[in-house]
Ligand binder design. Sequence first.
Ligand SMILES: Nc1ncnc2c1ncn2[C@@H]1O[C@H](COP(=O)(O)OP(=O)(O)OP(=O)(O)O)[C@@H](O)[C@H]1O
Length: 234
Amino acid sequence: MTDLLTVSGLHAGYAGGTVLDGLDLTVPAGSVVALLGRNGAGKTTFVHTVMGMLRPYSGSVRLAGRELAGAPAHAVARSGVAIVPQGRRVFAPLTVEENLRIAAPRRDGPWTVERVYELMPRLAERRANRGDQLSGGEQQMLAIGRALLRGPRLLLLDEPSDGLAPAVVDQVAEVLERLRDDGISAVLVEQDLHLAFRLADEVVVMSKGRIVHRGPTAEFRSDRRRAHALLGVA
Ligand SMILES: Nc1ncnc2c1ncn2[C@@H]1O[C@H](COP(=O)(O)OP(=O)(O)OP(=O)(O)O)[C@@H](O)[C@H]1O
């Protein structure tokens, strides 16, 4: 499989110091890679750096061969990367429909507002509701819909399960499963291992700004000792 995303030697951080310390990662086209790691490992920093929201100190971020490192977020978005941010960030005073319409849907992209509603009928039912009248799960679906409308080649999902009850995580998982089965390429940052295992083809573990493990999901799942050693979970 050809790699859609190729990140190499990525260094990035904040005024306080370096967080990404020479990170290398590839995402094959049509696959979902789960990015796991303890709190503070640098997962969100990675997602923000790929998206162009944080400028790297050095290193390369290539999407289908095209260099994106150092490009601003709007240029990265135009190149085909979309983010579903941690905390969802839907616009509270706007309705579901307005939130989707201002996502600036790509006219030539495969996704339309109607297609988003078909994927997530809950959003269609709530189309006239304001963002702040939605449940956490509905807000998450709205954030996913907004990202899809940009017609991304690569989707960056930053902890979609964050703050959701298990039954609601299950509903979001069903949506993401359908996208995966349709062949979407994605990096899924997750603390919820069940969700990561359910969706990802491969598991990547990050520690102190580097990748310290990579392997097929089934293999990682069956090796509890390694999961414990890398993530501190049972
Ligand atoms: N805006 C910021 N300014 C300064 N330091 C930051 C900023 N955002 C994150 N950091 C620091 O960078 C490090 C990595 O944080 P990051 O949020 O990328 O980790 P994470 O793996 O996503 O963690 P979590 O699972 O808790 O979300 C942490 O030490 C954090 O305190």
